[in-house]
Structures are given as structure tokens and as C-alpha cells.
Write a protein that binds this ligand. Sequence first.
Ligand code: ADP
Length: 518
Amino acid sequence: MNITPLDILNRYYGYTNFRKGQEDIINSIINNNDVLAIMPTGGGKSICYQIPAMVLEGITIVVSPLISLMKDQVDTLKVMGIEAEYINSSLSNSEYEKVLNNIKNDKCKILYVAPERLDSSDFLTVIYDKVVCQVAIDEAHCVSQWGHDFRVSYKKIPYFINNLRNRPIVTAFTATASDEVRKDIVEVLNLNNPKVFISGFDRENLSINIIKSPAKNKYLLDYVKNHENECGIIYASTRKEVENIHDGLLKRGYLVSKYHAGLSNETRKENQEKFINDDIKIMVATNAFGMGIDKPNIRWVIHYNMPQSIENYYQEIGRAGRDGEESECILLFAPQDVHTQKYLVEASIENPQRKIAKYTKLQQMVDLIYTSDCYRKCILDYFGETMEDECNNCSNCLNDGEVVDKTLDAMMVISCIARMKRSYGITMIVDVLRGSKNKKVLELEFDKLSTYGLMKKYSSEDLKNFINTLVSHGFLDIVENLGHRGTFPTIKLNEQSMRVIKKEIKVELKEAKASKSK
Ligand code: ADP
């Protein structure tokens, strides 16, 4: 074998260098290792299984749920001179027969299949007769019940692999970082001592701005006005919110469309195509939009609401700047967003354990918002990738606000929580500290505590922000509790809180300028 992966990259794809991580993954696969690669959307996964497919003897089968993308991927490979095919429900009978024939006649090196196909007998008869060198599973988190996108058809994959003539190299790709999902992938897919790679999460060309409590509509209108010639996505949490934003922009004459699960398949497809083809500039959508979107020139992504997890957030902003050009990601955060997301979790048909897992992810997202550290560093850390220096391209790095000693205020909060004995939710703590005459406060006789009304000078929103900031810096803990009407979070003291009270450590926080401007 004289031709190296780098040669293939240059010759077929026309790229000069591998991105971080790609070459190691490729070499591992070529050297006969199972692989679990965790890479973000747009990170360049395809090359990682396609290049080994060209080097190894036999067929590579790529299992992917993204039916709409298969044709594009296969067309691109064919243009590059690589024998590739796909099988999914969009093929006519005769097209399907043609593909099966090409496989029979060794005219197919890479085959994309939808997971639903893996037990269809005519396909199996043909494929069991061939040497399959690699089964690459795209969006591998779909095997996990813990993932946000579980698909029953993914359960067919291990049976399919077990029945092949020889065991192929099995490679799994996903952008989902959580430990449970990773474990599930390895277990369910039966990966054999896989090499695990976490890479390519850093998207340097994306600036990350999180703005707390802005006037959202005004911000949005000013922004789109100043970026009229650019393509962008506005994500909102609910269909209703999507409709409102969409109608508002349409009324003002913007080239805008919408996407959410309440629209028919046809309308969604039509709207998506209009966006891909630049017929419209702005897409307003719920998180239903975007899986598999490979539009290069998205210059900005605005989150009108906080997303439900860091994974969702990063995947959604990852759709910007796929051409490598500078792109802006802006999250407009209001405390109300947390309630909306909680409501959505509560209203979903999940079992209690899964709901708790979702609340934990939500809390991690909230913690990210309240941190005063480099946002990019925190996000990469969440995905398991370490970053040495600060990025200087996020609103925390670029915020030259002062570092303020908040130890005294933190002590007031902590001692109040300690005096309340049991652990309560943030609203109750804020009520006590602000001296509220709320019925529950009086019933529990919290008005008799020495800390009652101690922080009157704070507005209720600022005090909530402050307590959340203490949580995100680890000075307090949030725990999810299971109650009659679903789960609810309460605040608890931890070791750090005790150290603050004992004056062993100081609480020094950077005053975020953005959170003050209303
Ligand atoms: P995903 O991880 O979402 O499957 P793709 O494999 O589609 O991402 O890659 C995203 C984009 O990055 C594609 O346009 C691809 O051609 C490009 N790309 C991948 N690897 C490289 C590389 N080494 N150099 C330049 N561009 C690359």
C-alpha cells in the first residue's frame, strides 16, 4: 500500500491538510481497530470513514439516519471517482435492483444505508455474499435510549454485523458527549476494545456571545437590519415563538422562512430548500431544524431562547461558518427561558429517570450561561477536550468588566440557606433574603430568621442571577428532586459554601457588563 491517507485527501478531496484528529482516526481504522469518534457536526467525520473505505479491501457500509443527505454524499463521491451507492426508501424498485447488481459485481466500495434496511432479505442475500471491511455508524448516539434521538432501527445493527461473513471493523461517529451515551454505543454496538477519539470540537471561527436579559425583540430587529445580506438562523424553543418571530420579520419585508414539527413534511422540505438555495436569508426554527444541514455560508446563529443542553447549543451554533469564515453566535438569555425548557421536559413523555437526566443537562446549560470563565473553554471542557489558553473570541473573554469581591453577599446567601434547614428552591431563598411577605414564607416562619430581608437591595431577578452565578462557580449545589408533580430543583450547601462561611476562600466574580444593560 503506497498511497497514504494524506495522498487520498489531496488527490480526491483537494484538501491540503487533515483537521485535528482526522488522521489518527483514519490510521486507527486502517490498522484494524474499532473506533468511537466523538466529533461535532461539521467537524469532518465523513472523511474519517471514507478514506479507510478506499484503502481497505472490501465494502464499507455506512449506516446513517440522514436519508436526505445520502444522495448528496454519494453524488459527491461519484464525482470524485469513487464507487459509491445508497439504499433508502427514496429509491424506485429498478434503482434498487441496479444498486444490488453493482454490489454483486464489485462495483461498490462505499454503500450508504438507512438502518431500516438492515433486515431486508434481498439486501442481506447480496451483502452476506461479500466481504464487508468496515461498518461505519453515523449519528451513533441513535442506539442509545439516553441519547436525544433514540431510533429503534439502530438496534438492528449488531445483528446485522454478527451475521456478516467476517467481522468487519466497526466505527461509530457521534457528536454527543455524555458518558451514558458513549457507554451505550460501545455496549449496544458491541465495539471491540475501541479506540476513543474526542476531537475537533473547537470551532475557532465562531464567536460565542451570551447576552443576559437583553430586550430580545429590539436586539433581534437591530441585528437582522445590520446583517441584511447575510444568511442566518434564529432558534426559538417553541413553535409559537417561531411563528411570532417569523411573522414579525416577514411583515418588515425580510426574506424569511420557518421550520418546526408542526408544519407538514412538504412545507418543511420546501422551506429548508429555499434556505439552502439562498432564496431566503433567514430561517426561524425550533431545534427540529438543522440535522445534516451542510450549508457553508451561514454567517450567524441567534438563539432567541436558551437551548435545552450544551450539546444542543453547540450542535445548533455549529451550523454557522462551515466555510471556515468568521461567524457570530448569539444567545439571548432570559431567566424565563429556564422555565420554558423545564415545562417542555415536564410535558414530554419521558420516564422519571430520563427527566432527571434532562434536568441535569439543562442545569449544565444554565451553569454555562452564568460562568464568567471563557465560554469556549467551558464548552470544550464539557465535551472532554482541553483548551490551554482563553479564546478571546467569546463575550466573557471580551468582557473587560471588573473582578468584584462578592464574598460578603455570598455569605449572606449561604447563611440564609443554612438557617432555612431543609433545601428549598431558588425562588423561596430569594423571597426570604428579600423579606417577602409571601404566605409560604410566613407559614414556615422564615420571617423570624436573622437573614430575612438581608438582601433587600437586590432586585428579585438580580438576586436570582447572583445565586445562579454562585452555583455555576461551585459555591452552591443544585439537586433535582422527584416530587408528586414531576421533578423540581433545590439549592444545597456544599464544601465550598462552608469554606466561604469560614472565610477560607473568597468569592471573586467578574461583573458582566451585558447583564447590567437592559
Ligand atoms: P460532519 O462531521 O458533519 O459529517 P462533514 O464530514 O460533512 O462533517 O464535513 C464538514 C465539511 O468540512 C465538509 O464540507 C467537508 O468537505 C469539510 N472538510 C472535512 N475535512 C476537511 C479537511 N481536512 N480540510 C478541509 N475541509 C474539510
